[in-house]
Ligand binder design. Structure first.
Ligand SMILES: Nc1ncnc2c1ncn2[C@@H]1O[C@H](COP(=O)(O)OP(=O)(O)O)[C@@H](O)[C@H]1O
Ligand SMILES: [Mg+2]
Length: 363
């Protein structure tokens, strides 16, 4: 399988006066699974269509394998795009749908047969050749759309929210299938989604977008564990954000006093952005980093906030608690609660957590 390297240099696209995408510069390596993640309307589809060649950028340059392609039409870019609504032809059989791009390319009949068979095998849909799209489930239609794109052996695969029309269970299954297929094929894949779980699970790298711009780019763990912007911390995963002032720094620790008057310690090793006492900081504690104890229960963990349970949602593998402390709601997820007491609404509790789990977003 071919695999392209994609480079964007200050790419922007506007509709009238509105810049849907602005100043995007990044480098997608061969074989990567690169995801643009952001809320609806942030410019993801516009950017993907610009990479595919359906839109011409109003500023900057798109490069494929080092060559500028701004004015190369989509069909000459040798990239494959899968649309959210699949865009299968209802009057054609599965075979004809998948073979379409090969016929257009005047591939010999025998080779078409072989390649369609191989593509259908890849998406695990052997034997559906004679059916029409309407005789297939949503998940199967999705896979046909994928096969139809893979069969032309594009040098990059572009996918615009390909799983968003599927129900939750199927979406999770397809996610794993897509992950395995992409890693097996090694095809450069550019993926667009508003679903942070999908982005974390599938990607080798993620660019988080807000209002047409990339606000942070990095591997899934980096994006989740070290968000550098408030927007990223809130959009990717659940968060407990605090603002405050560093009151003491030294001995590998920084002590912060929050606006609510809470004293919280963070280990300074990971927080190079805080230079000393007096500095304003914004920090985040992920709900799963918090351990919940009964009000009087002791712990060796350094940070402790007391509060009252205002909601508890049982989710099977974890319990999602909302706890109010000094007038503000906080989230704590207790993973695998087997054998531990379950707290009830109204219970007085203590939230304890380690300094290493206090992530400073900016100093
Ligand atoms: N064809 C268009 N004409 C005018 N505005 C558009 C068009 N397509 C998208 N937009 C606007 O551009 C912005 C980005 O849209 P889009 O790229 O579709 O975002 P996303 O895919 O992240 O939801 C939105 O404000 C949207 O309303
Ligand atoms: Mg879109």
């Amino acid at each position: 399988m071919k695999a392209a390297e994609v480079k964007l240099e200050k790419v922007g696209k506007r509709y009238g006066d509105l810049w849907a995408v602005r100043q995007i510069t990044l480098h997608i390596e061969r074989g990567e699974f690169f995801t643009f993640l952001g809320p609806s309307g942030c410019g993801k589809s516009t950017l993907l269509r610009t990479i595919a060649g359906f839109l011409i950028p109003d500023e900057g340059t798109v490069y494929l394998d080092g060559a500028p392609v701004n004015h190369v039409p989509p069909w000459e870019r040798d990239v494959g795009m899968v649309f959210q609504n699949y865009a299968l032809w209802p009057h054609m059989t599965v075979f004809e749908n998948v073979a379409f791009g090969l016929r257009e390319r005047k591939i010999p009949r025998d080779e078409i047969k072989d390649r369609v068979r191989q593509a259908l095998n890849q998406v695990d849909l052997k034997g559906t050749e004679g059916r029409r799209p309407s005789q297939l489930s949503g998940g199967q239609q999705q896979r046909i759309a994928l096969a139809r794109t893979l069969v032309i052996q594009p040098r990059a695969l572009l996918l615009d929210e390909p799983l968003s029309n599927l129900d939750a269970k199927l979406r999770a299954e397809m996610r794993i299938e897509l992950l395995k297929l992409q890693r097996d094929l090694g095809i450069t894949t550019i993926y667009v989604t508003h679903d942070q779980e999908e982005a974390l699970a599938l990607s080798t790298r993620i660019a988080v977008m807000e209002s047409g711009r990339v606000v942070q780019e990095g591997g899934p763990r980096e994006i989740y564990e070290q968000p550098r912007e408030k927007f990223v911390a809130e959009f990717v995963g659940k968060s407990n954000l605090f603002s405050g002032t560093a009151v003491r720094a030294g001995d590998g620790m920084i002590e912060i006093e929050t606006e609510e008057g809470l004293r919280i310690q963070t280990s300074s090793a990971a927080q190079s952005c805080v230079s000393g006492a007096g500095e304003r900081v914004l920090f985040n504690i992920r709900p799963e980093a918090i351990e919940l104890l009964g009000a009087g229960e002791k712990s060796t963990r350094i940070n402790r906030i007391s509060g009252k349970v205002t909601a508890s949602a049982y989710q099977g593998s974890f319990i999602e608690y909302e706890i109010e402390s000094r007038g503000r709601p906080l989230k704590a997820n207790v993973i695998n609660p087997k054998g531990k007491p379950l707290f009830q609404r109204g219970d007085e509790v203590a939230m304890v957590f380690d300094p290493e789990d206090v992530g400073v977003i900016r100093g």
